[in-house]
Design a protein around this ligand. Structure first.
Ligand SMILES: [Zn+2]
Length: 108
């Protein structure tokens, strides 16, 4: 007597976007909790149970409240960063002995 096992299919992946393919066809990995859920026997019930767990909900809240890296580091194309690099370059040009630099500063 063999029962047909449920596979983690594209339909389930679309319905539960927080899950990705797991270790095999009968396994799904929660990308939020970084844990594996066996869908082979319980299919969507296993996924629903995991999504309803307090640990999963807590991890979603934690991911939502975490600050993005771009809040701390500005993108390299920002005007402020370009101005800072221009100021550093100008300072380096004017502090280098004239014998080493035979060109004129185009900013001054
Ligand atoms: Zn989870």
């Amino acid at each position: 007597m063999s029962k047909r096992k449920c596979k983690f299919t594209e339909v389930l992946r679309a319905k539960y976007p927080c899950f990705t393919s797991g270790r095999d066809d009968f396994d799904a990995k929660c990308s939020i909790c970084d844990c594996h859920v066996d869908v082979g026997n319980k299919c969507t019930i296993a996924l629903e149970r995991h999504v309803a767990k307090e640990k999963h909900k807590k991890n979603i809240r934690a991911a939502g409240s975490a600050s993005k890296v771009t809040n701390f580091f500005q993108p390299s194309t920002s005007l402020t960063l370009k101005n800072a690099h221009a100021a550093e370059g100008t300072l380096a040009f004017h502090t280098t002995p004239e014998t080493m630099v035979r060109i004129n500063c185009f900013l001054c």
